[in-house]
Design a protein around this ligand. Sequence first.
Ligand SMILES: [Zn+2]
Length: 218
Amino acid sequence: MNRTKKTLIILISILTISIIIPLNAFANPPTTLSVWHDIVSNNGGFYPTRTITYGQQKLNTNTNFHFNAANATAANTWSGNLNLVLNSTLVYNSANIRIQGGTRNELISAGWTGLPNNILGLCSWGQATATTTIIRNGVTHIIYTFSLTNGNRIAILDSNSTLRVQYVAAHEMGHALGFMGHSATGLMFATAPQNFPAQAIPTSNEAAHIRQFYARVP
Ligand SMILES: [Zn+2]
């Protein structure tokens, strides 16, 4: 295996927490987590509802950039694993998850910053409120509640590769739904695979990682 030929492309998530306010609104905070599938000693989050909307803005007319289909597939993948309902909405500005797709320049024009050349996608948490703290194996994790009105945002870079777009959409939606770090392996690994799989699905541990946060939602 010639390792120098392997081009690694980085998927980066950024944290833009605008307001952090302690909140004790939940009657049933999680006490024990069985899985923490995150190598970054990072935090987790969730929307305080089981029905989540996502809106889409394709910033160009590239007919080979199958942006909407990828987002729909990603939504199906995660909703099935997390027992959530992810509904597409046409009202982009009030969607819980707001996904934009385009070239790097188009995304920059739309207000995205921090888009290095090798990036495939990006997730930005619009507003995350610290809800509880969990200490696991000596590491303190903060579990955030996402704002339903100040939606989390995703950027997906334009590509003619359907499998690539599908993979990036699934990865970034994992971030938007609550995976606030990266896995050592799996869909939420920070680096895209050399060959994109036909199906971009989280591992059972990755799904379990987020499912625990949503366990507190009725
Ligand atoms: Zn990522």
